[in-house]
Ligand binder design. Structure first.
Ligand code: COI
Length: 354
């Protein structure tokens, strides 16, 4: 039997929990009391610890700051009606973290460090998992270069950390998206399939240009011809057209979203026709124009199932049908909530208990 790891625990003497209004939490503004850290040096992971959440020291020469040598994940924990904490599909986040690590010349994180670190942190900060409907504890594992060296080369030392924050909805209302036809998020051979800061930072400026025009987010298109839909800034995108669930197929340029995967599994389980393939912008625009675009939504851990109520493309805006009548996305949102909160059988084995 594998021995448990030696994780040192230093509890805070000043919990901030009394300052939090769990009925009114904004995404990413408040962090729980503790954080987990593991350090990689000389080819080994060591110095595993949980300590109070606070600012940390980092070398001003760290390649994380200069070259974006950093990766991250996002997953959620939920508190069910009995007070049990349920974590959703953490195994997929662990797998994806190591896929991103590989692309960014970072070491693989051992499974035991990820899961024991997460479990111990959630046990300690159990009170931070909210139980208000529509809330969750957002968990942000991340790894970055901890070298003190400004040259370009694979780094030698790293930190892996986990921080958590209670969150409400990422999008408070249905989103208005613009299909981007100039700026590019990812190209074949690039790092678009990874969760690295390098994919998110440069996307903020084009998204801001769209936000200045009244949209909430972009839908990215392929980096070569802007002909095919890829993903949105914070989530994968899906469409229901003529009763079929259609979403861009995975590849080098698209994040393998865990909510995406869950939605597809449920749709297939329910016998719906699912198409994972190249999705032409022209096809979505034509369906919207002809009233055949029944639903459009984003799927992501932070965003959950985010209904899209308007799609802008070039100089036209297409208003989508009212959210209340969207049979598939409402059903899928409820089913996912029911699974996460243990209200129905976890038939895919997606939930692990803390
Ligand atoms: C997530 O959904 O967990 C993400 O990481 C999206 C994010 C950029 C907020």
């Amino acid at each position: 039997m594998t021995e448990t790891l030696n994780i040192s625990i230093n509890k805070t003497a000043n919990s901030k929990i009394d300052q939090v209004d769990f009925n009114n939490i904004q995404f990413g503004k408040v962090y729980s009391d503790h954080m987990f850290t593991a350090e990689y040096r000389n080819g080994e992971w060591n110095n595993l610890r949980i300590e109070p959440y606070e600012a940390m020291r980092i070398s001003p020469a760290s390649p994380a700051l200069h070259y974006g040598i950093s990766i991250f994940e996002g997953l959620k924990a939920f508190k069910d009606e009995k007070g049990q904490v349920n974590v959703f599909r953490a195994d997929k986040n662990f797998e994806r973290l190591n896929i991103s690590a590989n692309r960014m010349c970072m070491p693989q994180l051992p499974e035991q460090i990820f899961f024991e670190g997460l479990n111990e942190l959630l046990k300690l900060d159990n009170q931070w998992v909210p139980d208000v409907p529509g809330t969750a504890l957002y968990i942000r594992p991340f790894m970055f270069s901890n070298d003190d060296y400004i040259g370009i080369r694979p780094s030698e030392s790293f930190k892996f950390m986990i921080i958590t924050c209670p969150v409400g909805a990422y999008y408070a209302k249905p989103v208005k998206v613009k299909i981007e036809d100039h700026y590019v998020r990812a190209v074949e051979g690039g790092s678009g399939y990874c969760k690295t800061g390098c994919n998110y930072g440069p996307a903020i400026y084009p998204a801001k240009l769209a936000q200045d025009k009244g949209y909430d987010q972009l839908v990215w298109t392929d980096g070569r011809d802007h002909k095919y839909i890829e993903e949105s800034g914070t989530m994968n995108v899906m469409f229901v057209i003529d009763g079929k669930l259609i979403t861009p197929a995975l590849g080098d340029t698209i994040l393998n979203g865990i909510t995406r995967d869950s939605v597809l599994a449920l749709a297939r389980d329910w016998g719906m026709t699912v198409e994972e393939r190249k999705v032409e912008v022209a096809e979505v625009v034509a369906a919207a124009r002809e009233g055949r675009l029944q639903e459009a939504f984003g799927a992501g851990t932070a965003a959950t199932i985010a209904p899209i109520d308007l799609i802008g493309y070039k100089d036209e805006d297409f208003q989508l049908p009212p959210v209340e009548g969207r049979v598939f996305s409402q059903k899928v949102l409820k089913e996912l909530d029911d699974i996460k909160l243990g209200r129905i059988d976890d038939r895919f084995n997606w939930v692990s208990k803390v």
